[in-house]
Design a protein around this ligand. Sequence first.
Ligand code: HEM
Length: 319
Amino acid sequence: MELDQETLSLLSQLKQKYTKSGQDIKAYLEGLLHANYLNYWDYVEVDTLLTLQKPRTPIKDEVIFIIYHQITELYFRLTLHEMEQIAAQAENIDPDFFAARVKRMNSYFRNLTHSFEIMVDGMDHKQFLKYRMSLLPASGFQSAQYRMIEICATDMIHLVDKDYRNKITFDSSIYDQFEHIYWKAGATELATGKKTLTLTQFEDKYSNRLVELAKEYATKNLWVTFKHMPAEAQQHAELREQLRQFDVNVNVNWPLQHYKSAVRYLHKNPEDIAATGGTNWQKYLPPRFQKRVFYPELWSEKEIEEWGKQGIIDLLTKK
Ligand code: HEM
């Protein structure tokens, strides 16, 4: 069989490629003769993926709870993947590239916010209250990727609990700032005022890793990367808009949908505190109480004052 020009040209390019690494192209061509075709199920690892749902009870809806958490973790992974790409170019980033990557991050979080409906209306209430009790003291609170996204998004000082923000300064060590990070302050047991088991277990597993990440990202988180750009580039309208949207998506929209699910499943239950990590989640979860803002300089004072408010009113007035 005659080989056409295009095939010969490809073979010649391949030969160049393999010769560069001291390899003989003929051995690789022979390997191709025996290799299987790639198929979808191996590439996407579907079989492995479908072994990862392991309910702890025989209650049917628990599998929805597990899969939706897994979906969320994958979206978090996508978000971090974009953040890593931005960080890799932190010293000399093109504002168009920066804006395009933050835009992707926003689309991931928008998908999560919209699909949270599955957690709000998609599980049987009675079933939820049963299997949730078998999962204690585990909680989404222990999602390390969620905490990593926050650390990569901004300077640590913006994650410090609002009651400590005046005492801890930007110059305080990462360790001091991490000690007063907002989620530690929130995770105290209602009954005793002590740290919850949910928190202490999370700290044992992840504190060192998170502090290391915070140190690494002190010079390349999204906000530092933005502030290091030339003054003119910082006026890039699309980039500013995408960063504002990201702030709202992570600190208001997603937390509001999440809070809605806690209200839906836990509010009217007399055991409502027991079915969580033991926190006073009604006071802790609403974004307007926490007032977490990644990029205060991109908002007016009034906007910060109103942070999360309209959303919470809509939520509570909607049946
Ligand atoms: C029916 C569904 C859900 C309910 C009722 C619920 C309830 C709660 C509650 C009560 C807390 C406060 C901490 C605690 O006491 O444990 C919490 C925290 C948290 N949950 Fe969920 N959750 C649900 C689904 C999810 C999902 C799908 C995720 C995705 C990973 C998630 C991630 C988180 C995170 C990141 C926190 C910490 C929030 C913060 O520190 O501001 N939750 N959840």
